[in-house]
Write a protein that binds this ligand. Structure first.
Ligand SMILES: [Zn+2]
Length: 249
């Protein structure tokens, strides 16, 4: 006999199905990203209506059918209502959800990805730091969780750790002095990352997730970080996220 299981997770996407149903993708702690049907969720007064909206975090009672999962009920722990009502926040949250979707799959538990997404939406809602910085922090940390982080703590060539500014190269960073000996490096990645920007990146990689969204940077550092992330993701994440089209650069 098949049983109903309770999974903790966040709704990433929801789309209408048939006349009254909804198909949702939920990033769960226990089973990774699953796709499930919520029968009658779009009927007026349905108990499934609220808990199957995007960015709802909670415990879901899921029945494992022969070919698909079915949502039988949900206990909402946190609903990010402010996000749904703000266009910019919705765009960012949709991008974060799409990236989480990209890095997770079914039957691969995803507690780190789920916690990161949760803390990120919380930071969006709290509005204490700019959305553009939230995006950088999220991208950086998600790349680390997915095992694609760079060597950012020492020079790739001479291994010194006390450099103030560095060049970005394949796999990590190269100090200014080593870069001088490699003309092609400065040519292909013609930018320096200053000490503050580098420290910010190191902080993002090492701090507990609960403290990720607790710092601010100057516009200058913000610019360096944005430049760095575009270059980094351009090389290591060859995927076009549809939701990015809605984010202003
Ligand atoms: Zn060096």
């Amino acid at each position: 006999m098949r049983e109903t299981v309770t999974l903790t997770g966040m709704v990433l996407t929801a789309s209408p199905m048939k006349e009254y149903d909804r198909r949702v993708e939920i990033l769960t702690r226990e089973r990774g990203r699953i796709s499930a049907f919520a029968q009658g969720a779009r009927k007026a007064g349905s108990a499934l209506s609220a808990c199957t909206l995007p960015f709802t975090f909670g415990d879901f009672a899921i029945y494992e059918g022969r070919s698909s999962y079915n949502v039988k009920g949900g206990m909402i722990q946190k609903f990010f209502g402010d996000i749904a009502e703000d266009y910019d926040m919705t765009c960012y949250a949709s991008y974060f959800a799409e990236m989480a979707q990209y890095f997770t799959r079914e039957n691969m538990e995803a507690p780190d990805e789920l916690l990161l997404l949760y803390m990120t939406l919380l930071a969006l809602q709290n509005k204490r730091i700019p959305m553009k910085l939230i995006r950088i922090i999220y991208e950086m940390r998600m790349m680390m969780i997915s095992g694609q982080s760079l060597e950012l703590f020492q020079c790739l060539r001479c291994h010194r750790t006390d450099t103030k500014s560095v060049y970005f190269a394949a796999g990590g960073l190269v100090c200014e002095e080593c870069a001088k000996k490699e003309a092609p490096l400065a040519k292909s990645y013609p930018f320096l990352l200053g000490g503050d920007a580098l420290y910010s990146l190191q902080y993002i990689l090492t701090v507990p997730v609960e403290r990720l969204y607790s710092f601010a940077v100057t516009p200058q550092v913000q610019g360096e970080l944005e430049h760095f992330m575009r270059s980094y993701l351009g090389r290591y994440l060859p995927h076009h996220f549809k939701s990015l089209e809605f984010l202003s650069e």
